[in-house]
Design a binder for this molecule. Structure first.
Ligand SMILES: [Zn+2]
Length: 308
């Protein structure tokens, strides 16, 4: 374990027993706005890219994020293969963890902040459908997740965060891989639901809670796809399904809409914070934001949560 952070894995779950921690917001759009145009995870392989990634982490830390996600959403073997980057999987994941550590160290020393701050090893979907809807076998999915999970754990992340999964079987494959990589690392998993509260593959929020907790997750919840207003219903359903579970929610800044040929998200920081304040009665453990969110959104969420 790297000693530059004020957090460590066992401490994270203890803190969540009593407190809400704030995660960060979108990475991809922030990279684009800083002029990076390649495959987002390839930024981890070049000095100029890494500097942008660290800068983004710093802006989320300054906004008040306690948990920073590594720039590794698409850094699994299946996705990297499509970009001929699979031979670089170790460097991509390792450098991403190091970028968050560097940002936390800089933030803590320059701002005198003690957080707590944690590094979340981000694991996104494989980008391929599992059998029977697709051709990818469950065991292949586990193998693809395992390589990434192992590198993230070896690089010293404080937790693993599996996110934006639309098929409960893919989530289970990722959880199995994460648990093989480490039996005791805090493990979070969030599914993506549509406006009807069901994933693309037909999984319901209330059913997913038990399945994921039984599979070995410590923290479960939802991210992406829908805005913070629509996600409130998922928050309610998940809390009703388990009164004691540690829950994490990271909605988008509204539904994506096409404007002048560009994808935009219409939820302002103020609207998002207003909606997220309503989550608090359902006792979430971690709140962050997904696509379309910025450090300004996180800053407003921090204010909303701390003024409850
Ligand atoms: Zn998203």
């Amino acid at each position: 374990m790297n000693s530059t952070t004020s957090g460590n894995d066992s401490k994270l779950l203890d803190i969540l027993d009593e407190n809400i921690l704030i995660c960060d917001g979108a990475m991809g759009t922030e990279l684009t706005s800083r002029g990076f145009s390649g495959y987002p995870e390839s930024a981890n392989l070049e000095q100029g890219g890494i500097e942008k990634v660290i800068d983004i982490h710093l802006s989320y830390l300054e906004a008040g994020s306690n948990i920073i996600q590594t720039n590794t959403f698409g850094a699994n073997n299946e996705k990297l293969k499509s970009y001929s980057l699979d031979s670089r999987i170790v460097d991509i994941n390792k450098n991403a963890v190091s970028a968050v550590r560097q940002a936390i160290k800089k933030h803590e020393s320059e701002k005198g902040s003690h957080g707590p701050h944690f590094v979340a090893g981000d694991i996104g979907p494989l980008g391929k459908l599992l059998e029977p809807s697709g051709t990818l076998k469950y065991t292949q999915a586990v193998d693809a997740f395992l390589k990434q999970a192992e590198v993230l754990v070896e690089s010293g992340v404080d937790l693993l965060l599996i996110e934006t999964i639309m098929d409960i079987n893919e989530a289970l494959a990722a959880v199995e891989a994460a648990r093989r990589a480490s039996k005791d690392i805090p493990l979070a998993c969030t599914l993506s639901f549509g406006e009807n509260g069901i994933t693309l593959m037909g999984n319901k929020a209330e059913d997913a809670v038990k399945t994921l907790l039984d599979s070995g997750c410590d923290i479960i919840g939802a991210n992406c796809s829908i805005g913070s207003d629509t996600m409130l219903e998922i928050v309610r359903k998940m809390r009703e399904a388990d009164p004691g579970a540690k829950l994490i929610f990271q909605p988008n800044a509204g539904l994506p809409v096409l404007k002048d040929g560009k994808t935009v998200f219409n939820e302002t920081p103020k609207i998002m914070a207003y909606n997220i304040k309503k989550y608090l009665e359902y006792r979430p453990s971690i709140i962050g934001a997904c696509c379309g969110s910025t450090p300004a959104h996180i800053s407003s969420i921090v204010d909303a949560v701390s003024s409850k």
